[in-house]
Design a protein around this ligand. Structure first.
Ligand code: AMP
Ligand code: FES
Ligand code: ZN
Length: 306
């Protein structure tokens, strides 16, 4: 197999584009895809202050590396979820990457914010950890971005994450979610940062290849609560289809974005207000996060800065 750019020996095959690259040309290809996604969806400008949220996994750390190389104004935030063992390893992995690259990393702990970790919040609210975790992450990422003067929350969601969410939303005809699924969700309120996903066309395999080539010290372990999640089932099903018909995932994603207007009618007209307790954006008088915290007796941090 020859690299399609330099004709040297290829070591990374990108089946969705019927292409193969040598390590150096693969890095160039990966960076070019990210730059193209940022520009095509007008995600952010080269100087805008970005808050990249990093889990310690290969996707978000590869994106961190790529945004630094491309010269974007990026600060990383890691949220310590307080999951025994796993969270310590995730935090330390982010710290070693930051130290290796001399990059700026901030760490916020769920326990310090709410007085309870994710497993404790889940137990007290009698919900599955992933559901509580998703809500806490969205809330804290946005609050941290707005209070810190960042215009944008950047996440490491890749093509596999996006198509599995898309398949789940279609299987259950979640038209409201379909109307809102997009790699660039603009800000609709001064206290709402825009949210973008520059890796949405790159597969998990491509992110892994990039992380290995760049010698990124990522955590390969999955969150212990992710086991058995339906997204894993959808990813496996899509991998079977992709294996037989390379390029299906990307075509599925791009086709959805092209036909997104089909779901426009499901887009709810919502009136945004500021939560009476924490000041964050909500459609109710008190936001869902503060209601949850009040119900289970967790600490409510009054914060109206920003
Ligand atoms: P996941 O939902 O675990 O697939 O993660 C999707 C994206 O959310 C990752 O690529 C990160 O950008 C971000 N993320 C997940 N967990 C954390 C965390 N503990 N701290 C900061 N960002 C995170
Ligand atoms: Fe949130 Fe697993 S429960 S990452
Ligand atoms: Zn609130």
């Amino acid at each position: 197999m020859r690299c399609q750019i330099c004709r040297g020996k290829a070591s990374v095959e990108v089946r969705q584009h019927h292409a193969a690259f040598c390590p150096n040309c693969f890095v160039e290809y990966f960076l070019k895809q990210i730059r193209r996604n940022i520009q095509a969806h007008k995600m952010f400008s080269p100087t805008e202050p970005l808050l990249l949220v990093v889990s310690g996994g290969k996707d978000s750390l590869s994106l961190w590396d790529a945004l630094l190389r491309l010269g974007y104004n990026v600060t990383a935030l890691h949220l310590d979820l307080g999951i025994p063992g796993y969270s310590d390893r995730s935090r330390e992995t982010c710290k070693s990457f930051a130290a290796q690259r001399g990059a700026e990393l901030r760490i916020v702990s769920v326990d310090e914010e709410f007085g309870l970790s994710i497993p404790e919040l889940a137990r007290k609210s009698r919900r599955v950890p992933c559901a509580v975790c998703g809500r806490v992450k969205r809330y804290l990422f946005n609050r941290y971005a707005v209070e810190g003067g960042f215009t944008t929350v950047v996440t490491g969601h890749n093509l596999d994450d996006e198509v599995s969410a898309l398949l789940g939303n279609l299987l259950h005809w979640q038209t409201g979610y379909l109307a809102r699924q997009h790699p660039h969700l603009p800000s609709t309120h001064p206290k709402l940062a825009k949210r973008v996903k520059p890796l949405y066309t790159l597969t998990e395999r491509e992110c892994l290849a990039y992380a290995l080539i760049q010698r990124i010290p990522f955590l390969a372990e999955e969150c212990p609560h992710a086991e058995g999640a339906t997204t894993i089932l959808y990813k496996e099903a899509l991998n079977h289809i992709e294996e037989a018909s390379p390029g299906t995932k990307l075509a599925f994603m791009k086709g959805f974005l092209k036909h997104k207007d089909l779901f426009k009618a499901a887009e709810e007209e919502v009136k945004l207000k500021e939560c009476a307790l924490c000041g964050q954006v909500t459609t109710e008088d008190v936001c869902a996060m503060c209601r949850l915290r009040e119900r289970i007796g967790a600490r409510v941090k009054i914060s109206k800065r920003g």
